[in-house]
Design a protein around this ligand. Structure first.
Ligand code: NAD
Length: 436
């Protein structure tokens, strides 16, 4: 099947490469010409495990092509995917200008019949707008709209795209649904649930899923505050809770809070959408507040350990919002770096992949490419991202190079007994502190 993809970012690129992998003829375009040039040369615009191999095999087979020219990507498309960004406005609402522009591109260039797929995360009601835009160009009914939200996780995007746990397709057109069934047939089977709904339901289901996952993280973080006050261990508490299949342990993790390009913006956009629809949803505002509180709690631990922060050297271990990606959008590590720098600290960061992106975001942050270099002479270290390179650090060497052995563990990766054995002041999250 001929497929056009608009937007070759964290969602569009794995989508395009996966669809080529299962035998479709995919042509992808992006407003960022540099990105297209990179991709044409087989280079990756961002780090995602296994993606380079998947893209290269698509290029080699001839089934995956990148073009800066939207008409070329869209002219023959039986299915056109909109995978553009939907960033937050200052009001919290999703900025949908890229959706509007890309829908317009499809309307202008697709010869049709074409199924136009909202792959980006959009508020309920967006499909009606997209339909309206398409209708400005075509009135023959050749363009129909489908909502097929993406559930991949950065860091395992390839695995999630090749073996999704569910594929959700919302549409009001039986013909469009049939096209989507045919498109995804090679992926549906053992372990992959196929779900069909109407358009509004599919749009809402994506926001609801992300908001609920963010809620689980914030629930664990609120528990962490209580556990700290009570002298209990939040890790044991969430293990007990997670053992109940009605609750589940995934995302029930205390730490620095959620980040990334999805949870923070989707939670807010969902809250704003609910409000616009006449339903006040303060629970979601509370989830966001607890997330802020988690970061502030880590900052306070550093401050309490070091007293005045001016001139103190603080190492941040991990800068990406989670392991397996170089994405620093809404990364808690950068939020912490901002606070520490504002308090006068010297902040040195290490990340196996995200150093350059972090530096571009926060020029005042010193970035090094070796964790021991970051820790050298540090008055305190904060574990921000649970990369293997960080969880596997040699604690004796860490102790030796640090000026003061203070470790704030924002991801609870270290064993308190081992930290005590090495003489650290160890301040985990929601667990009893260890002091020499
Ligand atoms: P991204 O920033 O990585 O990629 C978006 C791409 O769209 C960029 O390459 C940009 O240049 C391109 N673009 C923007 N406007 C354009 C336009 N008018 N015409 C053509 N190209 C344009 O974003 P992303 O992380 O891939 O997210 C895309 C959408 O998918 C968002 O709605 C996001 O919420 C959703 N989503 C993201 C993830 C994730 O883990 N990143 C997961 C599920 C859903």
């Amino acid at each position: 099947m001929n497929v056009g993809v608009i937007g070759t970012g964290h969602v569009g690129l794995p989508t395009a490469a996966t669809l080529a992998h299962i035998g479709h003829d995919v042509s992808a375009t992006d407003a960022d010409r540099e990105k297209i040039e990179l991709l044409r040369g087989g280079a990756m615009p961002f780090f995602e495990p296994g993606l380079e191999e998947l893209v290269r095999s698509g290029l080699d087979s001839g089934l995956l092509r990148f073009t800066p020219d939207p008409p070329e990507a869209l002219r023959d498309a039986r299915v056109a995917f909109l995978c553009v960004g939907t960033p937050p406005r200052s009001s919290g609402e999703a900025n949908l200008i890229a959706i509007e522009q890309s829908a317009d591109l499809v309307g202008r260039h697709a010869a049709g019949p074409t199924v136009v797929v909202e792959k980006s995360t959009v508020p309920a009601g967006t499909a009606a707008r997209v339909t309206e835009i398409l209708g400005r160009h075509r009135t023959d009914g050749a363009l129909s709209v489908v909502c097929n939200p993406e559930f991949l996780r950065e860091g395992s995007a390839v695995e999630d795209s090749l073996r999704p746990d569910r594929i959700l397709v919302g549409s009001d057109s039986e013909e469009a649904l049939a096209v989507m069934r045919e498109l995804y047939a090679p992926l549906v089977g053992e372990g992959t649930e196929w779900i069909e709904t109407d358009l509004h339901t599919a749009e809402l289901a994506k926001h609801a899923s992300n908001a609920f996952l963010a809620l689980k993280v914030s629930f664990a973080n609120a528990l962490a505050r209580i556990a700290e006050a009570a002298g209990a261990d939040v890790e044991a508490i969430t293990d007990v809770m997670g053992a109940d299949p009605r609750i589940g342990g995934a995302h029930l993790s205390a730490g620095l809070g959620y980040g990334g390009s999805c949870f923070p913006k989707d939670l807010l956009a969902f809250e704003r959408l609910a409000g616009r629809l006449g339903y006040d949803f303060p629970l979601l505002r509370e989830v966001a507040r607890i997330n802020e509180e988690a970061l502030q709690a880590a900052f306070r631990k550093v401050e309490q350990a070091l007293w005045n922060l001016e001139g103190k050297r603080v190492a941040l271990l991990g800068l990406a919002f989670k392991p397996g990606t170089d994405d620093v959008r809404y990364s808690p590590a950068l939020g912490l770096a901002d606070r520490l720098l504002a308090a006068g600290a010297v902040v040195v960061g290490y990340d196996p992949e995200a150093g350059a992106n972090a530096k571009a975001e926060i020029p005042g942050l010193e970035v090094v490419d070796d964790p021991y270099a970051a820790l050298s002479g540090a008055d305190a270290a904060v574990v921000c991202t649970e990369w293997d390179e960080i969880t596997g650090l040699d604690l004796a060497q860490v102790r030796e190079v640090m000026a003061r052995p203070v470790v704030v563990d924002g991801r609870n990766v270290f064993d308190p007994v081992a930290m005590a054995g090495h003489g650290f002041t160890y301040l985990p999250t929601g667990r009893p502190p260890v002091r020499p």
